[in-house]
Design a protein around this ligand. Structure first.
Ligand code: HPA
Length: 270
């Protein structure tokens, strides 16, 4: 436990020594959405492999870099690629960057991901604003001795996703003629896609979209009292809805297709 605190401190200090300004917002870019980092002005780029104590992302479609600088009038820290439980990382490793952000004084977090649409009114290419989540399968990243300096043992999860930011996104979608969809994101471990029976189960549970990330990060960010906003790019309809197999290529292709729309939403939010 001393060890994890020390590591978080060490990584935060390493970044502080290289980034001469206070950052306000953390952004995590999901599969195929990494190009958003190109909007960062005068970027300071650090590869994960050069960051002390940082895991290294292994997924195709994830660059594995931290990009810091300005977008619009906001100083941001953008993660181009994240760590997933299915890559073999512990949840402590998956959520390590969030705690580093917290130590750096970052108070807002935009989480993005690629997800399968469970709600049959969705179409691939929709950008679902996350209203709430269901944590299935990965376990809870806060298990273990509580890091009291970050937050309480039993943090409230009744408002993980900021209503203020959801309302702002709704206004941005409306202004730009982007179809506004919102819903509940369910996180399973992956890496196999779900079965049709699992998707029917998730629908009964109240999930609108399914993916393999985001929830551990949101829990840890909530623990350290960040204001959180989440967007799921619906890259495909979930298993069993259409009569075709799911592939990672489809996930990447669809997220590339909605790149402009995604950039509009996120940058206007900033
Ligand atoms: N299931 C799980 N994760 C995903 C999916 C899906 O259908 N699409 C993109 N990420």
């Amino acid at each position: 436990m001393e060890n994890i605190l020390q590591k978080i401190n060490e990584t935060a200090q390493f970044i502080k020594d290289r980034v001469p300004y206070q950052m306000d917002t953390g952004i995590i870019l999901g599969s195929g959405l990494g190009d958003f980092a190109e909007l960062v002005e005068s970027p300071i780029v650090i590869k994960y492999k050069d960051l002390p104590n940082f895991p290294v992302s292994t997924v195709a479609g994830h660059a594995g870099r931290m990009v810091m600088g300005k977008i619009r009038d906001t100083m941001v820290m953008v993660m181009q690629g994240r760590f997933h439980f299915y890559e073999g990382y512990t949840l402590e490793e998956v959520t390590f960057p969030i705690r580093v952000m917290s130590l750096l004084g970052i108070k807002k977090l935009l989480l993005t991901n690629a997800a399968g649409g469970i709600n049959t009114s969705f179409v691939p290419g929709d950008l679902m604003v996350i209203k709430d989540h269901i944590n299935l399968g990965c376990g809870n990243p806060l298990i273990g001795k509580n890091l009291d300096s970050f937050g309480p043992r039993f943090p409230d999860m009744s408002k993980v996703y900021s209503k203020r930011l959801i309302d702002k996104l709704k206004a941005i979608y409306d202004k730009n003629d982007i179809r506004f969809v919102s819903g509940v994101y369910a996180c399973l471990t992956g890496p196999s896609f779900e079965t049709p029976a699992e998707i029917r189960m998730l629908r009964i549970m109240g999930a609108d979209a399914v993916g393999m990330s985001t929830v551990p990060e949101a829990i840890v960010a909530r623990h350290c009292n960040m204001e959180i906003c989440g967007i799921s790019c619906i890259t495909n309809m979930a298993a069993g809805i259409l009569d075709k197999p799911l592939t990672h290529q489809e996930v990447i292709d669809t997220s590339n297709m909605v790149k402009d729309k995604f950039e509009t939403c996120l940058s206007e939010l900033l």
